[in-house]
Design a protein around this ligand. Structure first.
Ligand SMILES: [Zn+2]
Length: 849
């Protein structure tokens, strides 16, 4: 958007300026096709050729609006720019009424109240797209003046906050008016600097404190010596945000030091000339000038030679508190008003009557600590495109939409609110998405694209920064012992990873891959809270309500704070996918109340099982594959603390190196191996290698032939799903059908919540199935092995797909969210580890993922 192509570097720098100049000198642009972006050149061309009706069609908002949007040629108040395109007068018969500012505002409301715009923080954080361009640290080569303007604004902001903090300490009763101050923006114009904040009182307090401190009118450098305490700087910030803001400020201070020591600005160390730095260096001993936008001398201050190199702090007296003149509270002071800092700067241009062609020499730039919001970005755009400030540079990678911005524009600069302004907003809403900064030290991950001069990654809104800072620069400054400045490039860290997240419930297996930061952390208190809400504390088991709270917390930590489920699930000792599944379900339908009772039909195959599904196992041969390993591992795990299995786990973990005796392997395992051999033709050496029973597999082969095959034959000859030798393996299953009572809140109150942390964490080494006689499987109370078919079917459990092995009667439950397999033991769901947690629990020795 912004009439430039994605990926053009240096869009706010000199390249962009040259680009614009070229563009404005070009012959009229061809008329765009419907739906194509409309450049102002094209608007002009259309107006000249096809008339307003055509323009109106082109400007029609993407979504139906009640606002008519014909375009009237903008006639600026500045005389000499009135006919800059040399277009003939409108043809009166085609002239539709231009939208008035009220209609423009209503049109904007229609745009921002509808998709793709989304509310954030109940609109406290404004509106933005569902996805953002996250912009990673980049070189600001060619944008030196803009870079320094932005960094200096951030320093000044910190000073304003620091002065406010001091003022509060001295007079705690005094409530600071500017506690809501959010932003400082600076303007470079004619070799001087003008800074504005949201509130006048931010400037007043800083200058008062400065006077108090130095006993005279303070210089800009003296004002920058005010700094916030670390506590104030990082209040309300999460750890990574605090680190980020500290690091950035420290870097900006180093760069500022290089400037004021005369080492930075002229174009040094492969850096281009920096007009902002040179302005900062020009008259360092002169005090700052506080000036109001209504000051009759403002025009001279912004344009004459005398004030070159001066620093101005801009007030707007209309915002000051004033005594109420009427009403019940007559005489009472009104609250101080605020406008977005960029708008104050534009207002200064307007009220001072700055005529761009006559009064502006050289670069003019508006840059701040933050990227402009949509309303301000469109206003800046308007000044550049419609009011002829063709050299104006600003951050075009706009942030959120805030209604207050458009409202104050409506109040103070209504001349901007026309069809063109509406069109700029429409482009921002419909043709691009909101931008957000990565943290300064973060390297762009794989998948980032080069966009507008730097790496950008499309991320979901949940990962948007709460601080709408401009894109961080990669450059930094350091000093040697002689205080000689050296320009360096900061090292960046790989902080991003990708995670596959559940896309919700519904189809169950739907997932999508999203980029994530890896380093979000809970405080120890937060960890304890989450753990105790989920797992209870001694003598105080978790309740339905506490688990709901835990899910809500996890939802927030994940969505808002970007913590991964890999991390959060460890805190509550659950498997990440499982915890993710609960939260995904919560997001999808809130705290679920009702789980419909399932059909009593016994499933013969799981629906969602991805790996190790019985029907899939009979398709492969040769080397032992993952499914085979899964099957073997499940059998071993089901055998609990059997001595041979214990030894195998030790060898498998690399804790021992000895060879296991194949002939002593449990019957159930040998029978399974025989079955695998017969049905999958897995080679014995590959089986033996996996079982640590010797490389050539001779012993294992004998054991399978002598024992395993016989056991298999015996089982299959029998109609009975249950035989004595199967007890070991099958005693882990439910004994009988229970009433599917408690369907209400079933999942919240029952099985899934009851998974003991140690089991549910999925560690195969902690996975111990109860190994004792009974409850036997599927065959009535007596646990007889008399050969009767099982009469009672295992109960269905909500959220799981029941799978009963038709040959063994073994009941397993497949979690529909995660695909993990469980057995039901004494009212608990115990997960059968199929080796999926290897890298989490066992150092990734087998490297499944
Ligand atoms: Zn704004």
């Amino acid at each position: 958007m912004w009439q430039r192509q994605v990926g053009v570097p240096g869009h706010t720098g000199r390249d962009a300026r040259a680009d614009r100049r070229r563009r404005s000198n070009a012959s009229p642009a061809p008329a765009p096709r419907p739906g194509e972006r409309l450049t102002s050149d094209a608007v002009s061309a259309l107006q000249g050729s096809a008339g307003n009706a055509a323009v109106a069609r082109m400007l029609r908002p993407a979504r139906p609006s009640t606002v008519p949007v014909p375009v009237q040629r903008l006639r600026s108040d500045d005389e000499e720019e009135s006919d800059d395109e040399g277009q003939p007068a409108q043809q009166p018969q085609q002239q539709a009424p231009a939208p008035n500012p009220n209609q423009v505002r209503a049109g904007i409301t229609t745009l921002v109240d509808n998709p793709p715009m989304v509310n954030y923080g109940a609109r406290r954080q404004g509106r933005a797209h569902g996805e953002f361009w996250m912009r990673f640290a980049r070189s600001k080569q060619g944008e030196e003046a803009e870079e320094t303007l932005s960094e200096t604004s951030a320093l000044l902001f910190d000073s304003m906050k620091g002065a406010q903090e001091q003022a509060r300490e001295e007079d705690p009763e005094h409530t600071a008016e500017d506690s809501n101050n959010r932003e400082v923006q600076g303007m470079l114009i004619n070799g001087r600097l003008v800074f504005a904040s949201n509130y006048n009182s931010s400037i007043d307090t800083l200058v008062e404190r400065g006077r108090h401190e130095v006993g005279a009118e303070p210089t800009f450098g003296e004002l920058l010596e005010f700094e916030q305490s670390d506590a104030a700087l990082t209040r309300g910030l999460r750890e990574h945000e605090a680190e980020n803001v500290r690091a950035k400020l420290a870097s900006f201070r180093r760069k500022n030091r290089a400037i004021v020591t005369g080492q930075r600005g002229e174009g040094e160390q492969q850096r281009g000339p920096d007009a902002t730095a040179m302005a900062l260096r020009a008259k360092m001993d002169s005090p700052v000038i506080v000036v109001d936008v209504e000051d009759p001398d403002l025009h001279g201050m912004l344009t004459d030679e005398e004030h070159e190199g001066r620093v101005f702090l801009l007030r707007f007296a209309a915002l000051d508190p004033r005594a109420k003149k009427t009403g019940k509270n007559k005489g009472q002071q009104t609250q101080e008003g605020s406008v977005h800092a960029e708008q104050k700067l534009l207002l200064a241009l307007r009220r001072a009557g700055i005529r761009p062609r006559r009064d502006v020499r050289g670069p003019i730039s508006v840059m701040g600590k933050y990227r402009p919001c949509m309303g301000c970005a469109a206003a800046l755009m308007y000044y550049r495109e419609r009011l002829d400030f063709t050299n104006l540079t600003f951050d075009e990678n706009y942030g959120h939409y805030f209604q207050g911005s458009v409202d104050s524009l409506y109040e103070h600069q209504r001349h901007v609110m026309d069809a063109h302004y509406l069109e700029y907003i429409r482009q921002m809403v419909a043709e691009d998405i909101t931008s957000t900064p990565a943290m300064a030290h973060e390297a762009a991950p794989q998948g980032a694209v080069h966009r507008r001069g730097g790496p950008s990654l499309r991320v979901p809104g949940a990962y948007a920064s709460r601080q709408a800072d401009v894109t961080p620069p990669t450059s930094d400054a350091e000093f040697d012992e002689d205080d000689t400045y050296r320009r360096i490039t900061r090292p960046l860290t790989d902080t991003w990873t990708t995670e596959t997240a559940s896309a919700g419930i519904g189809k169950g297996s739907a997932t999508h891959t999203i980029p994530r930061r890896r380093h979000e952390r809970l405080t120890p208190e937060q960890q304890t809270e989450l753990r105790e809400l989920w797992n209870g504390r001694p003598g105080e088991p978790p309740t339905n309500a506490s688990r709901r709270q835990a899910i809500e917390l996890a939802d927030r930590y994940n969505a808002r704070d970007q913590m991964t489920f890999e991390y959060l699930a460890k805190v509550v000792a659950l498997h990440p996918d499982r915890f993710n599944g609960y939260v995904a379900r919560f997001r999808d339908r809130g705290h679920w109340k009702h789980v419909p009772t399932r059909s009593k039909k016994v499933e013969t195959g799981p629906k969602n099982r991805k790996k190790g599904a019985v029907e899939k196992q009979f398709t492969k041969g040769g080397e032992l594959d993952q499914e085979g390993m899964d099957t073997i591992r499940a059998v071993i795990e089901s055998l609990g603390d059997d001595a041979w299995c214990r030894d195998w786990r030790r060898a498998d973990d690399g804790r021992s190196t000895g060879e296991l005796n194949a002939t002593k392997a449990p019957d159930a395992l040998l029978r399974t191996l025989a079955e695998l051999r017969r049905d999958h033709h897995y080679s014995v050496p590959s089986l033996s290698k996996y079982l640590h029973t010797g490389a050539n597999g001779d012993k294992l082969r004998k054991a399978i032939q002598r024992k395993g095959e016989k056991l298999l034959a015996r089982r299959e000859q029998s109609e009975t799903p249950m035989r004595t030798e199967d007890i070991e393996m099958e005693d882990a299953a439910p004994i009988k059908t229970e009433e599917a009572e408690g369907a209400e809140d079933f999942e919240m109150d029952d099985e899934p919540w009851s998974v003991p942390a140690g089991f549910a964490g999925g560690s195969s080494s902690s996975m111990t199935l109860p190994h004792r006689p009974g409850p036997s499987i599927g065959i009535g109370e007596a646990g007889s092995s008399s050969g009767t078919s099982y009469r009672d079917r295992p109960r269905e459990i909500g959220g799981y797909t029941l799978h009963v092995d038709p040959r063994t009667g073994q009941a397993t439950y497949i979690d529909e969210d995660t695909g993990y397999e469980y057995v039901h033991v004494d009212g608990r769901m115990v997960r059968i580890d199929r080796g999926e947690d290897e890298d989490v629990e066992m150092g990734g020795s087998r490297g499944r993922r």
